[in-house]
Each structure stands twice: as C-alpha cells, then as structure tokens.
Design a protein around this ligand. Structure first.
Ligand code: FES
Length: 88
C-alpha cells in the first residue's frame, strides 16, 4: 500500500474535526473553556461546519462531550473545595 505524503496525512488526521475549515478538536475545546456553550457560538468563533457541512453532527457531539467533561471537572473541583472546607 502506498503511503500518503506527510502534509496530506497531517491534514486528514482525525483530530481535525472540520476538514474544510481546518478546525481541530483543540480549537473547539478552547472555545468551550472560554465560555462557548452551543454550536452556533463555536461555529461563529472557529468557522467550523461552514464549508460542506458534513462535519456538523460530529462537531455538535464533540461540543456536548466537552461541555459534559467541563461540567464534570467543575463538579469534581467543587467537591474537593467542599471537602477541604468541611462543607458538604
Ligand atoms: S468538513 Fe467541516 S464544513 Fe466540511
């Protein structure tokens, strides 16, 4: 099997969630951490899913996953603060 040239391989790597606009999962995660909480806001900031649109479902699921992870992390931190302060 013939291998792909390095640039094409890097361009198509799975972590790039929107190929058309070259938006990575890290870029979306950063927007969630900065306060974005819905698809339209992330789309406006990153321009993801504004090309062919085939990535929209994948982007939406990833946004939901990031928000759940962030909420889980914040809940975990609150538990640690509560237990350290004697509350809870
Ligand atoms: S892959 Fe995202 S708009 Fe085409």
């Amino acid at each position: 099997m013939q291998s792909l040239p390095g640039d094409i391989y890097n361009y198509m790597r799975p972590h790039r969630i929107c190929i058309c606009k070259a938006v990575s999962e890290d870029m979306i995660r950063a927007e969630i951490r900065a306060g974005a909480r819905d698809f339209k806001t992330v789309q406006k900031k990153t321009r993801c899913s504004t090309g062919c649109g085939t990535c929209e479902g994948r982007v939406r699921r990833f946004i939901d996953k990031c928000i759940r992870e962030l909420a889980g992390g914040e809940a975990q931190q609150n538990l640690q603060v509560d237990s350290a302060s004697g509350h809870g």
